[in-house]
Design a protein around this ligand. Structure first.
Ligand SMILES: C[S@@+](CC[C@H](N)C(=O)[O-])C[C@H]1O[C@@H](n2cnc3c(N)ncnc32)[C@H](O)[C@@H]1O
Length: 202
């Protein structure tokens, strides 16, 4: 059985910052509008493609080059994207996809919960990669649960969970996702060796 405490639970508890999250001011970390899709996000998209998506509502956290929206918008009901990069938002808007809407919104902020939809899938390949402290990571998780439709799922990937801007204790493992079940109504599932889901169970 896994240890009862995750490494990240010994990270800073409250950063005290009014703008949470690390790296926001560093375009090389947060502007992927002209970069290729990462390996981890590509794997998440491959998993998504296996599913029945007709009419589904997707929340893409960290839209990057918006290839995910281009690929899936013909098959789903709606895609909301969020980013902290003006360039990524401008690129997303320029695509003119009718069912794709991108917001400049910080996922570690309380405002995340104000998004107007409930989502069948939340896609976030860097859950804690930009995390500043446990308080703001907790806000994000609480809001993700709130934003999930019944039986909705968060998809993430081990490579993205291994990538951190700050404290290396934010690197997450599948066991850390299992331990999140103690705090949130979520069930962790391995979909492949790398892609994991957190399914809302109530
Ligand atoms: C390394 S890029 C990855 C882009 C894309 N998901 C991919 O894998 O190809 C990180 C993404 O996360 C977004 N991001 C970083 N910090 C964020 C935060 N606090 N709230 C919302 N999005 C954030 C960036 O704007 C960017 O879209």
């Amino acid at each position: 059985m896994s240890e009862s405490r995750s490494n990240y639970e010994s990270c800073l508890s409250d950063c005290g910052r009014s703008i949470p999250g690390l790296g926001i001011e560093r375009p090389e970390l947060v502007d992927y509008s002209k970069q290729n899709t990462t390996v981890d996000q590509t794997r998440i998209e491959t998993e998504l493609e296996r599913l029945e998506l007709f009419g589904a509502s997707l929340l893409h956290v960290g839209v990057g080059n918006s290839q995910l929206a281009k690929r899936f918008s013909p098959y789903v009901g709606h895609i909301t994207g969020i980013t902290v990069s003006d360039a990524e938002k401008q690129h997303a808007d320029s695509l003119g996809l009718p069912n794709y809407e991108v917001h400049l919104l910080n996922k570690y902020s309380a405002n995340l919960g104000t998004l107007p939809h409930r989502y069948h899938f939340i896609l976030d390949n860097n859950l804690a990669g930009f995390a500043c402290c446990q308080k703001h990571f907790g806000w994000m998780m609480k809001n993700y649960v709130k934003l999930l439709a019944t039986q909705g799922q968060i998809f993430t990937d081990q490579r993205g969970m291994d990538w951190v801007v700050g404290d290396p204790r934010w690197k997450l493992t599948f066991e850390d996702l299992v331990r999140l079940e103690q705090k949130y109504p979520l069930k962790a599932v391995r979909r492949t060796n790398f892609v994991y889901a957190l399914r809302r169970v109530s």
